[in-house]
Design a protein around this ligand. Structure first.
Ligand code: GUN
Ligand code: ZN
Length: 431
């Protein structure tokens, strides 16, 4: 029996980095994706060519729908699942008023377990197949999150959100709890190819110097772990860090002093980073995560994409639920376009799609496994329906090129158009 499956539809992905390579975007109308029995991509190309090459393959015909590599969400908070659209002021007020109470609810392990299933399902239904997640402060909630990801196939990098000061006592860990929770969760990821651990200090003002030091030691002792945290998001937050760490020359320097700045570090936001901080991020190999709906919602600022790209800092996109207003990374791409328009940069379809797929995978150093349709990678992709919405179909019919169609889809399509999501060739969401 031939165990290859052939998915036919319109393929769109990036062969390389469109910020450096003008022809990186590849769109194949009437294309096909061959997936082997292990759920890896065997080949992709024009449909007739692949049908001839795999004549015995089981065929799944997606008709006019587009097949797109699974989206990569580089920043999202699991315990803020129900904290979206919360009223409040900017970051620090909003955290106190709306976020901390929502996060405390995850003490209830039954509630956390049910929410973990919903969280993972919501991401997959939005076309996201890889996510870097701030976990709960509580071990059982995080164990439930890893279990839900493992069951569903979502590629998950997550960690226990660490804080031991400046929050309600119910959210603060002792140093023992922080260390023990982290180490036990790291053990859960061992031998699991789609689960990874991220050491997760919340931000400098939520962590004592001892806890930041422990994070540095953990990172040094666990070379496969990631380090995720926040940086230079909001003026009030930046002022608090400057006052709290007067001996540090800037925000990044606080992390640097505890050994938290390196090639597996992912820094969320970086809206107001100085030239020195950006140069240091580039030198250390850090990645930065841009979360446009969150930045607009909290009034935090406009992400200076060019200042990052010109230094070669890998940029990944994030929904940042609950400051972000939706689970769709695709929607974040449309918002990123507007945020750059406000700064005089008009991103094209290739760059937008790259930021949500291959660029995110590279930033997480997972591009050997996901991000585009290169043979050998996991068949993580989703089908975007273009036929069900009469207006969308009519608008696309008026486009002069396939690239223009993709550009329209980036702005006009959303989670409602995600018809099916596949991880390792296995369907996980169908509408
Ligand atoms: N900085 C520290 N904690 C948070 C958080 O939960 N959300 C955002 N957007 N920024 C933070
Ligand atoms: Zn965040």
């Amino acid at each position: 029996m031939n165990a290859t499956t052939l998915h036919t539809g319109t393929l769109a992905h990036l062969r390389g980095d469109p910020f450096a390579q003008p022809d990186a975007l590849e769109i194949i109308p009437d294309g096909a994706l061959a997936v082997d029995a292990q759920g890896r991509i065997a080949a992709y190309g024009p449909g007739p060519e692949l049908l001839a090459r795999f004549p015995e393959a089981r065929r799944i015909d997606h008709g006019p729908d587009w097949l797109i590599p699974g989206l990569v969400d580089g920043h999202i908070h699991f315990p803020q699942f129900y904290a979206t659209a919360a009223p409040g002021g900017q970051l620090l007020d909003w955290l106190e008023r709306s976020v901390f109470p929502a996060e405390a609810a995850f003490q209830d392990a039954d509630f956390a377990t049910a929410t973990a299933g919903r969280f993972v399902a919501k991401l997959l239904a939005s076309g996201t197949t890889t996510a870097l997640v701030f976990g709960s402060q509580y071990y059982p909630a995080n164990a439930a999150l890893f279990a839900a990801a493992k069951r569903s196939g979502l590629r998950l990098i997550a960690g226990m959100t660490l804080m031991d000061r400046n929050g309600p006592s119910v959210l603060l860990q002792t140093l023992d709890q922080a260390l023990d929770g982290t180490v036990r969760l790291m053990a859960l990821c061992e031998g699991e190819p789609r689960l990874h651990y991220a050491i997760t200090p919340r931000w400098p003002m939520a962590c004592t110097e001892t806890l930041l030091g422990i994070c540095g030691e953990l990172l040094r002792d666990h070379p496969t772990a990631y380090l995720q945290t926040h940086i230079n998001e909001n003026p009030g937050e930046i002022a608090a860090v400057a006052a709290g760490f007067p001996e540090s020359r800037d925000y990044l320097d606080v992390y640097d002093r505890y050994g938290l700045v390196g090639p597996s570090t992912v820094l969320a936001h970086s809206l107001h980073s100085t030239a020195r901080e950006l140069d240091r991020m580039a030198g250390a190999g850090c990645a930065v995560c841009h979360c446009p709906t969150s930045n607009l919602y909290l009034g935090s600022g406009l992400f200076p994409l060019t200042r990052h790209v010109e230094r070669g800092i890998p940029v990944i996109m994030g929904t940042d639920i609950g400051a972000g207003t939706g689970f769709s990374l695709w929607r974040e791409l449309a918002e990123a376009y507007k945020v750059q328009q406000l700064q005089g940069l008009g991103l094209d379809a290739a760059r937008l799609l790259y930021l949500g797929t291959l660029g995110g995978a590279k930033a997480l150093r997972l591009d050997h496994a996901t991000g585009n349709f290169a043979p050998g990678k996991d068949a993580d992709f989703f089908a975007l329906a273009v036929g069900g919405d009469a207006y969308l179909a009519a608008r696309l019919a008026r486009c002069g090129s396939w690239e223009e169609r993709l550009f329209c889809l980036l702005h006009l399509a959303g989670p409602a158009q995600v018809r099916a999501t596949y991880v390792q060739g296995r369907i996980v969401t169908i509408f």
